[in-house]
Design a protein around this ligand. Structure first.
Ligand SMILES: NC(=O)c1ccc[n+]([C@@H]2O[C@H](COP(=O)([O-])OP(=O)(O)OC[C@H]3O[C@@H](n4cnc5c(N)ncnc54)[C@H](OP(=O)(O)O)[C@@H]3O)[C@@H](O)[C@H]2O)c1
Length: 221
């Protein structure tokens, strides 16, 4: 039985990932700000009060769990922002900064704090997005979301180089029906989580530092 830790598990894809790993017989630590009833109804070890931008809290948590070793580490928590650049307001730019805090910097905080708790060869999955691919951008807009996920992709690449003892990759879950997409999308959370599980299972040092979609295809940066 492996130990799996997932940040951002209250709902959506994070919750589906918790269920996916549990269904494979893994032991899952589900971290969230506040647990939903659906999460509480799983067998996961739930830890609430985890705001991923709060480095002190993340470090304290890592200290509390220091005797554990995790085989799989997933940072799933992320936020969506959508803004018009023409006539953007001060508030729009504050929201953009928040997108970077949550989508780009927080995953580095959680990885950094939990490095001593990762088993040799552990898989590290950082939930990014195809929208962070500059190469794939054919529709414009969504500045902060695209920029913050592109920054996360850059971080994933550096982490893969700097941490050869682990296997690090950024992930695209597909266009998934969740709160973030207001229920729009091509697939349900379960299909996304099943695909992401397999991607991380198959991931090796050759595939590290790349952006993978849930179907096991590499998306160009
Ligand atoms: N859905 C898609 O089509 C899609 C496509 C590409 C990428 N993604 C990425 O996949 C991930 C999950 O998306 P989703 O669709 O499942 O979104 P979601 O339904 O909006 O869920 C987002 C999750 O992130 C958590 N979260 C957000 N900010 C947080 C913070 N500051 N501290 C702790 N937890 C925080 C939320 O917790 P609370 O409940 O406490 O807010 C929630 O559990 C995100 O990184 C997203 O960018 C999604």
């Amino acid at each position: 039985m492996r130990n799996v830790i997932i940040f951002g598990t209250n709902r959506g894809i994070g919750l589906a990932l918790v269920k996916e790993y549990l269904s494979k017989g893994d032991k899952v630590w589900a971290l969230c700000r506040s647990a939903s009833e659906e999460l509480k109804n799983t067998e996961a070890k739930i830890i609430e009060g985890v705001e991923v931008t709060d480095f002190k809290k993340i470090q304290k948590l890592a200290q509390e769990l220091k005797d554990l070793r995790f085989d799989v580490f997933i940072h799933n928590a992320g936020i969506w922002t959508d803004e018009e650049i023409m006539g953007a307001s001060e508030k729009d730019f504050q929201d953009m900064s928040r997108a970077f805090e949550v989508n780009s910097i927080a995953p580095l905080k959680t990885v950094s704090a939990f490095l001593p708790l990762l088993a040799k060869g552990a898989k590290i999955g950082l939930m990014s997005s195809q929208m962070g691919s500059i190469d794939d951008n054919s529709s414009g807009g969504r500045y902060a979301y695209r920029m913050s996920k592109a920054a996360l992709n850059a971080a994933g690449k550096s982490l893969a180089i700097d941490l050869p003892e682990f296997v690090v990759a950024t992930l695209h879950p597909g266009y998934v029906r969740t709160d973030m997409t207001k229920g729009n999308g091509f697939i349900e959370t379960g299909e996304s989580a099943a695909g992401l599980y397999q991607v991380l299972e198959n991931l090796d040092s050759i595939g590290a530092g790349k952006l993978w979609n849930y179907r096991g295809e590499i998306i160009p940066y």
